[in-house]
Ligand binder design. Structure first.
Ligand SMILES: Cc1cc2nc3c(=O)[nH]c(=O)nc-3n(C[C@H](O)[C@H](O)[C@H](O)COP(=O)(O)OP(=O)(O)OC[C@H]3O[C@@H](n4cnc5c(N)ncnc54)[C@H](O)[C@@H]3O)c2cc1C
Length: 258
């Protein structure tokens, strides 16, 4: 192994990144599996002692994000893995992405030159590709508080119930008026395109409808036009499309009050 740095202040971390190329390491649950059988010779910037990264930005409860976090790996993975690592790793199957997209999350990025904010949709650019510069560090995920009536949910389909990478996952969030009319809707699907996608047409069609049993029947194949599922070891593209349609409809039904 090369250099190993574990700063306690953001300023120290960004100064180190400005000085030399470093690989950022958080929980290591994506980092280490990607290096099995390879020499571990990266120069490391370990961010686990940066107290500022642990500052809890999402102080209110968001069911979809909590449900998504609870499906990531097993307890050991959840104990050390971070949401920042999940986003920065930029896997098409990153379970944190859909819920954060429905929350209109923004990514705070720091470097020795200063800080900038990017919408999450502009931060993750493709499979394993982000807008992060070589000298930059993600320092926060900024989530605006949704409307008081907001309800959200997260559904994940894998080849088994537990400890599984997603074949499809869906996060949905709706905001309603007092009479149950949907005034805001955000729905995102992961693992069906290089980057998780919001279903903008569906969101538009949901607004003005009443959130009531049967709302899932509104979802049609054309609402999923943004998705570009692929065949891989986990599922065929056509299966992914069918499953996405079913999961989106089910997630909306799940938001109807009992
Ligand atoms: C057994 C197992 C099961 C898993 N199951 C799932 C699952 O079900 N769903 C799922 O989505 N994922 C799963 N994962 C993947 C992984 O656990 C998650 O993606 C996790 O959130 C990664 O976080 P981390 O802190 O461990 O990231 P790390 O491995 O430390 O880092 C991941 C990437 O992000 C970069 N990075 C980390 N923090 C920052 C930062 N602050 N600024 C800039 N770059 C940064 C690193 O350089 C690296 O490229 C699993 C992993 C394992 C080992």
């Amino acid at each position: 192994m090369g250099i190993y740095l574990r700063p306690t202040e953001i300023e120290e971390a960004v100064a180190a990144l400005a000085a030399r190329p470093l690989t950022i390491l958080a929980g290591g649950t994506d980092f280490y599996p990607a290096r099995v059988g390879k020499p571990l010779d990266d120069d490391i910037l370990d961010v686990t002692a940066l107290a500022a990264l642990r500052d809890e930005a999402v102080r209110w409860r968001n069911p979809a994000l909590a449900e998504a976090a609870a499906t990531v790996g097993g307890w050991q993975t959840q104990a050390v893995g971070t949401l920042g690592g999940n986003i920065c790793n930029a896997s098409p199957a990153a379970d944190g992405m859909p819920a954060l997209l429905t929350l209109d999350a923004e990514i705070e990025i720091a470097s020795a030159k200063g800080r900038r904010l990017l919408p999450l949709a502009d931060f993750v650019l493709g499979n394993r590709r982000t807008a992060l510069g070589r000298d930059e560090l993600v320092t926060a995920i900024v989530v605006p508080k949704p409307h008081g009536t907001a309800r959200s949910t997260f559904l994940k389909l894998g080849a088994r119930k537990y400890l599984v990478i997603s074949i499809v996952m869906v996060a949905a969030l709706v905001e309603t008026a007092a009479d149950g009319t949907i005034v805001g809707a955000r729905v995102a699907v992961g693992a069906c395109s290089a980057v998780a996608k919001r279903l903008i047409r569906l969101e538009r069609d949901l607004c003005g409808r009443t959130l009531a049993p049967g709302i899932g029947a509104l979802v049609a194949a054309e609402h999923l036009a943004e998705l570009t599922p692929i065949d891989d070891v986990r599922a065929a593209a056509v299966y992914r499309s069918d499953a996405a349609l079913a999961l989106v409809a089910r997630s909306l039904e799940g938001l109807v009050a009992p």
